[in-house]
Design a protein around this ligand. Structure first.
Ligand code: NAI
Ligand code: ISE
Length: 339
């Protein structure tokens, strides 16, 4: 594809992320417009479509993707619905931006990866938006200069104000730590080989029965360790921090010190409250990049392989959480399409 006209996008799933991406494509990003939205909740789809000129509402993803006025698909339905949407997009050879997770488990991610290989070319960019966050990008660029030497350890903190009612102890890993799994692989350029999950006494602020917080240790094939404090009911803010410790220095992001105020006897700032606020710039750049590359006929960014690797690591993490101990990650050989 080499489109001079705006890219015509179908957005599948009009919940929190889908509706925000529709707004972004409609009002923030250039070179694209939303021509169709899909949700199994017909009223939700209609409400979102009503706010966008020339946008139709559907309840069936396949019907929307078959429409003549769709060039590309943004999948923002719930994780278990991603596989079907991706396979349908492949049937029409449509490029896809798929929110994380690619799929919720390694077996389904592998099926998607095999289907994409059968097409013979990449079609998917996975929504690991931290790769577009200015601070993460600067950290990665610094590591690539080699000035700090070899990375030895990566310390991550990932805190949410509160978890939704449907959140399970496994989801702290599969839904939340999935981001640190990708960030670790991307920043260090290593694959993750084993996962251990430690469980402090749950916070009194966590819902009954939820193992929150958790402390996850990821081992890599480059000999580094990456640890993640995941705490999804911290109560005070949305914080994502990362500090890399190298042989000749350290570097840290996510302190949120952009604006510091000094008032009578105090100094301080504000803490972001959720991901749409903390990562607004990253989502904007992620979607703009996807639109620009797709219009040029290119696919860049986190690949189906990255989505599969994250799913396999998270699956090992959930086993480590549930059974205890250290669980090794079993990855298939990386296919040529993703090398
Ligand atoms: N990159 C990031 O930071 C974030 C990514 N996400 C991801 O975005 C996706 C959506 O999450 P949310 O918007 O928070 O969830 P949500 O629950 O608010 O929205 C999901 C929507 O998908 C619809 N849906 C479910 N099955 C469908 C199907 N088969 N076809 C069409 N629509 C269907 C639901 O009716 C709902 O409206 C998930 O994959 C989630 O992991 C969510 C939050 C942040
Ligand atoms: O992807 C996300 C959510 O699904 C997840 O539940 C949150 O913990 C993450 O911070 C957010 O970025």
């Amino acid at each position: 594809m080499n489109r001079r006209e705006p890219l015509r996008v179908a957005v599948i799933g009009t919940g929190r992320m889908g509706a925000d991406h529709v707004r972004r494509i409609d009002r923030v990003v250039s070179g694209a417009r939303v021509t169709a939205v899909v949700d199994i909740d017909a009223e939700r789809a209609k409400a979102v479509a009503a706010g966008v000129d020339g946008c139709t509402a559907h309840t069936d993803p396949a019907a929307a993707m078959a429409a003549a006025d769709v060039d590309a698909v943004l999948v923002a339905s719930s994780g278990p619905a991603h596989e079907a949407a991706l396979l349908t997009a492949f049937e029409h050879d449509l490029p896809v931006l798929c929110e994380k997770p690619l799929t919720p488990d390694a077996a389904s991610a592998l099926r998607v990866m095999e289907a994409e290989q059968a097409l013979g070319h990449r079609r998917v960019q996975v929504g690991f938006m931290r790769r577009y966050d200015t601070e993460y990008v600067r950290l990665k660029s610094l590591l690539e200069t080699g000035r700090l030497g070899r990375p030895l350890m990566l310390h991550n903190r990932h805190r949410n104000v509160s978890s939704p009612p449907f959140f399970t102890s496994a989801m702290l890993i599969s839904d939340s730590v999935a981001h640190e799994v990708d960030a670790t692989r991307w920043l260090l350029g290593h694959e993750i080989t084993a996962v251990t999950v430690l469980r402090p006494t749950p916070s009194a602020g966590a819902p009954e029965g939820l193992t929150d917080p958790q402390f996850v240790v990821l081992e890599t094939d480059g000999g580094a360790l990456s640890d993640v404090e995941i705490f999804v009911n911290c109560g005070f803010g949305y914080q994502v921090q990362a500090e890399v410790v190298c042989e000749r220095g350290t570097a840290r992001i996510g302190d949120g010190h952009a604006l510091v105020t000094h008032t009578a006897g105090r100094w301080g700032g504000t803490i972001t409250q959720d991901w749409t606020e903390r990562f607004a710039q990253a989502y904007d750049d992620e979607i703009q990049t996807w639109v620009d590359t797709t219009r040029r006929g290119e696919i860049t960014g986190p690949s189906t392989w990255d989505g599969y690797a994250a799913a396999a690591v998270c699956e090992a993490g959930v086993r480590a959480l549930e059974a205890g101990g250290r669980v090794e990650v079993d990855l298939v050989e990386k296919p040529a399409l993703y090398r």
